[in-house]
Design a protein around this ligand. Structure first.
Ligand SMILES: NC(=O)C1=CN([C@@H]2O[C@H](COP(=O)(O)OP(=O)(O)OC[C@H]3O[C@@H](n4cnc5c(N)ncnc54)[C@H](O)[C@@H]3O)[C@@H](O)[C@H]2O)C=CC1
Ligand SMILES: O=C([O-])CC(=O)C(=O)O
Length: 326
């Protein structure tokens, strides 16, 4: 029997967590021989609801679930955590941009960064989902100076999955035939979904697609998908976000498939001329639970302009939270 993995989830009574927790205990992330202890964090007002979620988790009689810790104290919830999903934050409503959430949500990630620094395993891998995800991840990382900076990330995997599916639908082929899609930059409307290096059935995607569709349909569709889901469903994406969080962590831990890559928001090391120290979405390959930015991709003027737009937005977000950065 393996030693249990300790998985912390914040905002554990919220809608994304409700779609995530039951998949975690079914083995969808770590496999069906890896026991799990869940560490669930909520604000005091939501603890009663979270107790109900805990009852349901227990009622699954899931062989992998060894224990469930519920707390409103991040120092308790993060104790000994191997993995942390930082989901707890206010979602936007119709008409809002994700950056409008910076004022309400930023403090949460300073507090939780400090708690991770104090309580979690030194190897804890952290995925920030709560919006605005890139800058919240930057805040958490700055407040956890004793943890490896490369173990902090934010989620652009949902954008990446959305992009892949749009191309697959347009080309009428299975998603498995779409490779090397890139999401650059911020998880916001300035993100740049890039198909210049993508392959459809092994051939360059842009040879198969009409440029007009790429520029005028595909790019805005991916950039605005979150808002359109909110408009259509009345609530922000939840099951697809939970699914993307699992995909992100699974690829990080177990590696990207041969011949493909994924997109992760990680600390910029200056690659592709992006300001070092920003949380920026890059194409990455992963192996042995480490990522490496895919290097030496040609960036034409069209792409360079879009990289600069999304970088400028992240620089402005960083200025707005300067007081929370160390
Ligand atoms: N990066 C991405 O691709 C995506 C990000 N999101 C973001 O994820 C976040 C969560 O979304 P939902 O689950 O739909 O929202 P929700 O409102 O259903 O759940 C959020 C939960 O977080 C809890 N919470 C608030 N402050 C907390 C704190 N300090 N500590 C612990 N828990 C706290 C709330 O009580 C609530 O239960 C939102 O910010 C949303 O915008 C949503 C979809 C995709
Ligand atoms: O759009 C939102 O506010 C929720 C989100 O991040 C997404 O669905 O990508």
């Amino acid at each position: 029997m393996k030693t249990p993995a300790h998985i912390a989830v914040t905002g554990a009574a919220g809608q994304i967590s409700y779609a995530l927790l039951f998949r975690l205990i079914a083995g969808d992330l770590l496999g069906d021989d890896q026991p799990i202890v869940l560490h669930l964090l909520e604000i005091p007002e939501a603890i009663a609801g979270l107790d109900g979620v805990k009852m349901e988790l227990i009622d699954c009689a899931a062989p992998l679930l060894h224990d469930v810790v519920v707390s409103d104290d991040p120092y308790v919830a993060f104790e000994n955590a191997d993995l942390a999903f930082l989901i707890g934050a206010k979602p936007r409503g119709p008409g809002m941009e994700r950056r409008d959430l910076l004022r309400v949500n930023a403090d949460i990630f300073a507090v939780q960064g400090r708690a991770l620094n104090a309580s979690a395993k030194r190897t804890v891998k952290t995925l920030v989902v709560g919006n605005p995800a890139n800058t919240n991840a930057l805040i958490a990382q700055h407040n956890a100076p004793e943890l490896p900076p490369e173990n902090f990330s934010a989620m652009t995997r949902l954008d990446y999955n959305r992009a892949k599916s749009q191309v697959a639908m347009h080309c009428r082929c299975p998603v498995s035939e779409i490779k090397r899609v890139i999401i650059w930059g911020n998880h916001s409307t300035t993100q740049y979904p890039d198909l210049h290096h993508a392959l459809v059935r092994g051939k360059p995607a842009l040879d198969k697609l009409e440029w007009d569709w790429y520029e005028k349909d595909f790019i805005p569709t991916v950039q605005n998908r979150g808002a359109v889901v909110i408009q259509t469903r009345g609530k922000s994406s939840a099951a697809s976000a939970a699914n993307a969080a699992l995909d992100h962590m699974r690829d990080w831990l177990f590696g990207t498939p041969a011949g493909d890559w994924t997109s992760m928001t990680i600390l910029s090391d200056g690659s592709y001329g992006v300001t070092p120290g920003l949380m920026f979405s890059y194409p990455v390959k992963t192996e042995n639970a480490r990522y490496q930015i895919v290097q030496n991709l040609e960036i034409n003027e069209f792409s360079r302009n879009r990289l600069q737009i999304t970088e400028a937005e992240l620089l402005a977000e960083r200025e707005a939270v300067r007081h929370l950065l160390r």
